[in-house]
Write a protein that binds this ligand. Structure first.
Ligand code: GLP
Length: 249
């Protein structure tokens, strides 16, 4: 894939402005006339984004919960279906409940499936069949997107992955601050499905991500930094606050 030398980067004043802008783009994507699903993500970055999206949709006459069609990037393996720490529970909390969506409208991998590898191939196939319009992405501190941990090739498909120690530390807050309690495995869409989306929207907040964002956008694309593969997508937009943009040249 040829590198795209200038991904569109929008630097906004703060997290609230970024969340509002991301919500506006998502609200448009959700009414995709071509019927593609919208790809959604989890993480702290997305909490203000989803709050802004709920505000916006509640005031939008076009909003019809029956027409909702979204697929999430990833899910932990091995948590019980009702566990509040699953990404499904996160999505119910931040979007499903507030917007009155049917549980099946929010599609995620089933992390409690008896055969996670089989579930990953089923989910990848389901996503490829529907097609992705806009895919929302956050950025892991180690450069992961979804749960595509480094090293990760650009062709990696939906699969079961082993989470790195740094990711388990990053996500420990929801697990009582104990990295060892964060599941060791997850199912994630791969770079193959992510890069097949029509448009990508990468949202990055805070000074703590400034270094990894600079590398992801400005270093040559490489398996050691999975988010760097986004440079090769023809329609990638980056939304960030001033702090996250601090090191961009
Ligand atoms: C998580 C998710 C990613 C998310 C990223 C950033 O582990 N799997 O999809 O974008 O890490 O999380 P946060 O927004 O909490 O920094």
């Amino acid at each position: 894939m040829p590198p795209c030398l200038a991904p569109a980067v929008e630097v906004l004043s703060d997290a609230t402005a970024v969340a509002r802008r991301a919500a506006a783009l998502l609200a448009e994507a959700l009414w995709d006339p071509q019927g593609a699903a919208t790809g959604l993500a989890t993480g702290r970055t997305m909490e203000p984004v989803y709050a802004a999206l709920c505000d916006r949709l509640r005031g939008d006459a076009r909003f019809d919960p029956q027409r909702w069609s979204s697929v999430n990037l990833d899910e932990y393996v091995g948590l019980a279906p009702q566990d509040p720490r699953t990404f499904r529970a996160y999505m119910e909390r931040h979007l499903g409940g507030p917007l009155g969506l049917q549980p099946q409208a929010l599609q995620l991998p089933d992390g409690a499936a008896a055969d996670p590898a089989l579930e990953a191939s089923r989910y990848g196939e389901a996503v490829r069949r529907q097609g992705l319009g806009l895919q929302l992405l956050g950025l892991g501190s180690n450069g992961h997107v979804g749960f595509n941990e480094p090293p990760c090739e650009v062709t990696a498909p939906c699969r079961v992955v082993q989470l790195s120690d740094s990711t388990r530390r990053q996500n420990a807050e929801a697990f009582g601050g104990e990295p060892a309690h964060v599941p060791a495995l997850a199912i994630t869409l791969g770079l193959a499905e992510i890069l097949a989306a029509r448009e990508l929207l990468l949202v990055v907040l805070g000074a703590g991500k400034a270094g990894i964002l600079r590398r992801a956008l400005q270093d040559p694309a490489d398996a050691r930094l999975p988010a760097s593969w986004l440079q090769g997508h023809p329609q990638v937009r980056v939304l960030c606050d001033r702090e996250a943009a601090a090191l961009l040249g």
